[in-house]
Design a protein around this ligand. Structure first.
Ligand code: ARG
Ligand code: ZN
Length: 421
């Protein structure tokens, strides 16, 4: 790469910052329509390949699946599709144009001091929490609960009043490219802090019962990498011992409950690589240890992803119903109904294995199976799998961040009010 070698020759330090972004020029988002069970099986097998990046779920026969393909992968798989007579069509010819649209949407706000409602960077998010802790010492505490492979802090904002009794966990950004989720965690923190200070009765009563432990960036190394270098990065950034050319573990396959029992990969190059062993990753260990420090005090564990517009209960590792499934669904419905009230956004609820696919080693299953937390949910925020914004996938323009923040907060608040005793 000319630019980088020039850089090396001239001045090393300044260049690292300028390293170029990977371009998704002519990467295609392809909608594939399996017609037979054999088609479904083929698509599930291709999902293991690093060059077959499925963005939506494989539901079954006659249900479309969106997959992102490089120009080369497109040549390869379009041949396969034709060979096996699987109908397909291109829904986005050039993914880079969506990424650039998202970049343009962020240009105006980039230098704004206020990070609420935008796709802020790691250092901005850390300062945001620290500043709140400094400004509202009786309400907000900033806790570093671990560090990543690249040395970034894993930070939790604790929002707690003297009266609060029960703990609520919320994490965002476990998957690097899911930018709308850290934005929604930030939105939630801001809602709680400003609401409490303005004597908003709904917020005050929420905070008199619950204390919030919010980690806006579960995967800061991956998140920064998705900003600087490779927009659609998912995993963390720890190099793998056996295969240095493939980097990163899928943190949501690494949790130590029913690890590697399905829907995860032992291949370091896979996007759903579960890691060399359960709990091998610093990010996973940090959250598990933090939760275990207060075992028995958690009412709920919420982990935020995108996209699909789902409110998932456990289990993810098995199709079996989780404990108290009827109660979980009743609570999920309360959340989903409240989300719809705000902007009309429609979420579907139920067990993630039953609705989406089997995936083991997820934090939500760990929260139930190991930590014994009753209400463990995984939320998949906007866009939906269909609808006007669906083909943006992970690259929604920034003006969707406040919408996602507001509806997600409403859903979480309604759910929490329903479990207050
Ligand atoms: N999209 C998420 C993932 O693939 C869903 C996780 C649902 N939870 C689970 N334990 N499978 O990681
Ligand atoms: Zn995710």
């Amino acid at each position: 790469n000319l630019k980088i070698s020039l850089c090396l020759a001239i001045a090393f330090v300044g260049c690292l910052v300028q390293a170029e972004q990977f371009s998704f020029t002519n990467y295609k988002l392809v909608s594939v329509l399996p017609k037979t069970p054999v088609h479904v099986k083929l698509i599930s097998e291709w999902e293991e390949n690093p060059d077959f990046d499925i963005w939506t779920r494989i539901k079954g026969v006659e249900e479309r699946v969106n997959v992102l393909l490089s120009p080369n992968a497109y040549l390869k798989y379009s041949n396969f599709f034709e060979l096996f007579k699987i109908p397909f069509s291109i829904v986005e010819e050039n993914m880079q144009s969506r990424i650039e649209e998202q970049e343009r949407s962020m240009a105006l706000s980039r230098n704004s001091k206020n990070i609420v409602g935008r796709f802020a960077r790691y250092s901005e998010i850390m300062s945001f929490i620290d500043n709140l802790a400094a400004d509202y010492p009786n309400l907000v505490t900033s806790k570093v609960v671990g560090q990543t492979h690249e040395g970034r802090n894993l930070k939790v904002a604790v929002i707690k009043t003297p009266g609060s009794k029960r703990k609520v966990w919320i994490d965002c950004g476990i998957h690097a490219r899911e930018w709308i989720t850290p934005a929604s965690c930030i939105w939630t923190i801001n809602k709680l802090v400003t609401g409490y200070n303005d004597f908003d009765p709904a917020i005050v009563s929420l905070l008199n019962y619950f204390e919030f432990h919010i980690m806006p960036l579960h995967n800061p190394d991956g998140y920064e990498y998705s900003h600087t270098t490779y927009r659609l990065w998912r995993k963390n950034r720890k190099p793998n011992r056996n295969n240095p050319s493939c980097i990163g573990v899928d943190l949501n396959r690494n949790y130590g409950y029913k690890w590697m029992t399905g829907g995860s990969s032992s291949q370091p190059c896979s996007d759903i690589y579960a890691g060399p062993s359960a709990d091998s990753e610093l990010e996973t260990q940090a959250v598990e240890n933090y939760i275990k420090q207060y075992l028995g005090e958690w009412d709920t564990f919420l982990t935020i992803h995108t996209y699909g517009q789902w409110w998932f209960t456990s289990w993810g590792f098995t199709y079996d119903d989780p404990p108290n499934y009827d109660d979980l669904k009743a609570k999920a419905k309360i959340g989903v109904d409240a989300i719809k009230e705000v902007n009309g956004t429609v979420f579907t609820y139920g067990s993630s294995a039953q609705i989406l696919y089997i995936a083991s080693g997820g934090s939500d299953d760990w929260a139930v199976g190991e930590a014994g937390i009753k209400y463990s949910f995984c939320l998949e925020l906007r866009p939906g799998q269909t609808g006007p914004d669906s083909n943006y996938g992970f690259t929604l323009p920034e003006d969707r961040a406040p919408l996602a923040g507001e509806e997600t907060f409403a859903g979480i608040a309604a759910f929490l009010n329903s479990i207050k005793v």
